[in-house]
Ligand binder design. Structure first.
Ligand SMILES: *[C@@H]1O[C@H](CO)[C@@H](O)[C@H](O)[C@H]1NC(C)=O
Ligand SMILES: *[C@@H]1O[C@H](CO)[C@@H](O)[C@H](O)[C@H]1NC(C)=O
Length: 984
């Protein structure tokens, strides 16, 4: 048994470090009770199985005299244990069988309760505070001091040979508070280190109902208490003083294993009852996804390694030492990893404080072992860890210190330029470049040449009509239709016949929510199966097509009448699908056929009288779909498929970093890519609980108004905008005054229509709700947000991020972001919660009221935001946060035409502060930031002017005309030989 001491301690260190690396991104916490049962089962198996292998009679007998069977008094030592025990007297008395039973049952119960509390916390991670776990060793030391150490008499020896240093050393290492001091340093150092490295908070809403918050704080405390109980009971079972002597060792380990088994039974019982009661969760409880399974198995191995090592360590060196080692390793791993990922100025971290805390921990940890080694030998059950501290121990601690100091020394929080200045400068270059390359053609010949060069094909038949249509309407965009190309290329992997069949399937069953539009001989008809509520949409499409319908071939089209996009092609298939198109170049064909094939009308099957039963979609309405469905578009090694950001309390910096410059959104294109942003699973209604999401993993040709980047819907200009469902139409009552005369306020009105919340507080992650909450929540518990502030009042002073309380933000800036009419798309408790969180709700106001304000917030709904184009046309400055992308995404440049915001909302105040300016006292210091009115007006004007050039109704027609010519070719049996060629 003695030989297992160092393997156990090594296992504990390695296991703790690996767990601390693995836990932040594990999928296993999606089902904490399942995971716990699995882990307990494996640990119990190892313990019970392992105890059978222990040779009978192998106890700790050879490590000293038969202490186990000797009452302590006979040894003649005072009680010198570090092992906490109720009173110094009773440790010497063998534990009775009755007490053992109580300990055994308490252990099983404590484990079960601990798991249930963990589950509760995981459901509300955004409300959780920093845990108390680092203080566990301190609690043990405190107890030890109270019950044992302070009763000990210090042996005061006068030894003239000793130096002063030795005296102090001796004094401290014999002092009754020695362990208290060391564990205090480690525990409080750990707490400070964790809080200093916690970075920025997320904007996920912690429900306003105070009961819930209070309840969670208490649960967290109770969880830590239970941890202590579990450790104590384990240690009691392992190190009990029974009279059976060494032969009992195997039994002791087995009894811990049996306690774990008993707690599994408790958990299974509670889980079973829950399963019967909560019918809405039943499906979720009984389904196991592969990504969960593999993640849970991996975590299980690590938990077992750490647990078993911990139990054996408790047996050898006691709970105090074991918990010290665990806390030290876990905290140093977590905080070191976080200083690595947060080495940028944003989020601001108190790296000096963090370093100080680590220093405290290192001192405390070293002191602990020093004291343990040099104090008198422990008498019973527990050995010292070291007889003499080896130098490698100090080398390890020193290297940790050196690494952290290096990180601290190279960390610079300040910057010389405001990121927005840089971003605006870059944006104008990007925009100029875009304009340059999209209107280089001055004649049809050049347009054809440019087309061939860009897309490796002849233009589609009737391209000349498109060209004259576009030029007659002064289209600025002639060459760059890359978005059409991106959307359509994959369809070259299907035969024209297959595309026609799939279109037919889509529009032949009403359940699919796809509206059919048939074009025959220049006439359009809408398929009979279109709900009346969506008729306007098809009318809008027909109005858009009407001017050029006679140039289109006969075909059927399927339009998505839902707001949400549909087509999710798994990454593994997408690669081969996307590469087909590029092999279909027909430029070698010098005489392409300039006309669509004849007889196309007959090739499209008629819509059946009785609708088809076949459903080509999976209904994902109301379901969490990021990990189970939508992330299929990402490669298997991407973060979206391999990491689960389950901690909704903190902001995921690796998710924001690729598209950010500090707190500001820098790259609008990268921001749309969900593959490096696994936290998006909990940050948008579309992924949390879409009102309607009928999705497919097959390439179905459906035309949608907006989509998530990477989905395979075909984008077309929105009839909502074309039909002026909301219109930029200032009047005498609501004029659109010059920018400088507007109200210096961020403005938004709308309702909670992003996703549907029917239980489980799903609303608290949705983007609309988060932005509204952030703008209005001025409570003390509201998370702080960052502002970029000058270090001094001089001009060109360096800038620093400061975390500012929410209430202060409301004082410094003005945001009028409110819900009108009612809480929509909710049920039961979720409606009431939202009502109490967001009330008072306002009466709907005239849309034209927007022009009174300088800054207009624009947020996704269930799909894209229909208001953005009117916002852009106005003299106000739109602030846009969006997951969905539309047909115009290539033409409009962020920071040139509008102000982009990260969907997480962490940079909203900082962005507003740049434009609106702030003046006041923050964190005890006076600041004055001049408003950047000129910059704001510049972006607003450029956006307005550009929208008047490339986002007009004519531009929508031009886009759709070109899209449908391409589509006509792709659905043509002769598509590879078709092409427009200008013969001179
Ligand atoms: C755009 O084209 C003009 C003329 O060809 C050229 O002078 C200018 O540098 C180009 N701008 C960019 C950003 O490429
Ligand atoms: C955004 O990122 C993409 C991909 O990394 C890059 O190609 C593009 O140039 C970036 N855009 C800007 C405006 O920096």
């Amino acid at each position: 048994m003695e030989t297992t001491k160092w393997p156990a301690i090594t296992g504990l260190v390695v296991g703790t470090i690996l767990l601390a690396r693995e836990i932040p991104t594990t999928f296993a916490f999606d089902k904490p009770v399942h995971t716990a049962i699995l882990a307990l089962l494996s640990c119990a198996g190892v313990l019970i199985g392992g105890s059978r292998l222990l040779p009978k009679g192998a106890g700790r007998a050879h490590s000293g005299a038969n202490y186990d069977s000797l009452p302590l008094e006979e040894i003649g030592h005072a009680h010198a244990s570090r092992e906490p025990s109720p009173s110094p007297a009773d440790a010497s008395v063998p534990v009775s069988l009755r007490e053992l039973r109580v300990i055994f049952l308490s252990l099983a119960l404590a484990i079960s309760l601990r798991i249930l509390i963990l589950r509760q916390l995981l459901l509300n991670t955004q409300c959780a505070r920093l845990g108390w776990e680092p203080l566990i060793p301190f609690m043990f030391a405190l107890w030890d001091y109270w019950t044992v150490q302070r009763h000990r008499k210090q042996a005061i020896q006068d030894n003239l040979d000793r130096s002063a240093y030795d005296d102090i050393d001796h004094h401290i290492s014999q002092a009754p508070y020695r362990y208290l001091l060391a564990s205090f340093l480690v525990g409080f150092g750990g707490l400070i280190a964790l809080s200093a490295s916690s970075g920025a908070s997320s904007t996920v809403i912690c429900s306003a109902s105070l009961r819930n918050r209070w309840y969670l704080s208490v649960s967290q405390l109770a969880g830590t208490m239970l941890d202590i109980v579990i450790l104590l009971c384990t240690s009691k079972l392992l190190n009990r003083q029974d009279r059976r002597g060494p032969s009992g060792t195997a039994l002791r380990f087995a009894s811990v294993g049996f306690a774990a088994l008993l707690s599994i039974i408790c958990l299974a019982f509670v889980g079973g009852i829950y399963y019967l009661i909560a019918d809405y969760d039943r499906h979720w409880i009984s389904t196991i996804h592969p990504h969960y399974l593999s993640s849970a198995l991996k975590l299980n191995v690590l938990i077992c390694l750490a647990m078993i090592s911990a139990i054996v360590s408790v047996f050898h060196v006691g709970v105090l030492t074991t918990s010290m080692v665990t806390v030290f390793c876990a905290v140093s791993t977590l905080t070191t990893a976080s200083t690595w990922t947060n080495s940028h100025p944003f989020p601001p971290s108190s790296s000096g404080l963090g370093l100080l805390a680590i220093f405290m921990m290192i001192i405390g940890f070293a002191a602990y072992f020093h004291v343990e080694t040099s104090s008198e030998k422990s008498v019973f059950s527990i050995q010292k860890t070291f007889t003499k501290i080896p130098s490698w121990f100090y080398v390890l601690l020193l290297s940790l210190f050196v690494v952290r100091t290096g990180k601290w020394a190279t960390h610079d929080n300040s910057m010389s330029y405001h990121p927005i200045d840089i971003l605006m400068f870059e944006a104008s270059a990007v925009h100029e470049n875009y304009v340059n390359q999209t209107q280089s053609s001055r004649t049809l010949e050049e347009a054809v040449k440019n087309y061939e060069k860009r897309y490796g094909r002849h233009p589609p038949p009737n391209f000349n009509f498109w060209y004259s249509y576009a030029t007659a309407r002064n289209s600025v965009v002639i060459d760059d239709f890359d978005s059409i190309h991106r959307d359509l290329e994959p369809f070259y992997s299907l035969t024209p016949e297959e595309i026609r069949l799939r279109t037919w399937k889509l529009i032949s069953n009403e359940w699919n929510n796809a509206a059919g539009l048939s074009i025959r001989n220049g006439e359009m008809t809408v398929s009979p199966i279109v709900p009346g509520t969506h008729r306007w949409m098809l009318d809008g499409v027909m109005d858009m097509i009407k001017p050029f319908v006679d140039k289109l071939p006969d075909m059927d089209l399927a339009f998505n009448i839902n707001d949400e996009p549909r087509v999710v092609i798994p990454f593994e298939e997408a690669e081969s699908i996307n590469s087909v198109g590029s092999t279909k170049s027909n430029l070698n064909n010098k005489a392409p056929r300039p006309m669509f094939s004849g007889g196309r009308a007959d090739q499209w099957k008629a819509i059946p009288e009785t609708p088809l039963e076949d459903r080509v979609f999976t209904d994902l309405g109301g379901q969490r779909n990021f990990y189970t469905y939508s992330n299929a578009i990402c490669s298997s090694d991407s973060a979206a498929r391999s990491r689960r950001e389950w901690d909704r309390a903190g902001m995921c910096t690796s998710c924001t970093h690729p598209q950010s410059l500090g707190a500001f959104l820098a790259n609008w294109t990268t921001a749309a890519d969900i593959c490096h942003q696994p936290d998006m699973a909990d940050l948008h209604g579309f992924f949390i609980s879409p009102a309607a999401f009928k999705g497919t993993h097959n390439l179905y040709p459906i035309f949608s108004q907006s989509k998530v980047q990477g989905f395979n819907d075909i984008l077309f200009p929105s009839p909502w905008n074309y039909k002026d469902k909301v219109k930029y139409d200032p009047n005498d009552e609501y004029p659109d005054r010059p920018f400088t005369e507007k109200n210096n306020t961020l403005f938004w009105r709308g309702t909670t229509s992003e996703g549907i919340s029917k239980g489980g507080h799903k609303w608290n992650g949705m983007a609309r709700q988060r932005f509204i909450h952030q703008a209005n929540d001025a409570s003390r518990t509201a998370p702080k947000q960052a502002l970029l502030l000058p270090q001094s009042s001089e001009k060109n002073s360096k800038l620093n991020y400061e975390m500012v309380p929410a209430a202060k933000m409301k004082e410094l800036m003005s945001a009028d972001v409110r819900i009108v009419r009612e809480i929509a798309r909710c049920d039961g408790a979720d409606c009431d919660e939202q009502f109490s969180n967001f009330s008072p709700l306002l009466e709907p106001s005239d849309f034209q009221i927007h022009w009174k304000f300088k800054y207009l917030l624009d947020l996704d709904g269930a799909g894209f935001s229909g208001r953005f184009l009117p916002f852009l046309e106005s003299k106000s400055l739109p602030f846009k946060a969006a997951l969905f992308r539309e047909w115009w995404d290539d033409r409009v440049t962020a920071w040139q035409h509008f102000v982009p915001l990260d969907i997480r909302g962490h940079g909203t105040w900082a962005t507003l502060a740049y434009f609106a300016g702030i003046e006041g006292e923050i964190n005890g210091k006076d600041y004055k930031v001049e408003p950047h009115e000129r910059e704001g007006q510049l972006i607003a004007d450029r956006g307005r002017e550009w929208a008047g050039q490339v986002l007009r109704k004519e531009d929508m027609e031009i886009y759709l005309f070109r899209l449908l010519l391409e589509w006509g070719r792709i659905t043509d049996d002769a598509r590879d030989t078709l092409g427009y060629k200008k013969y001179l």
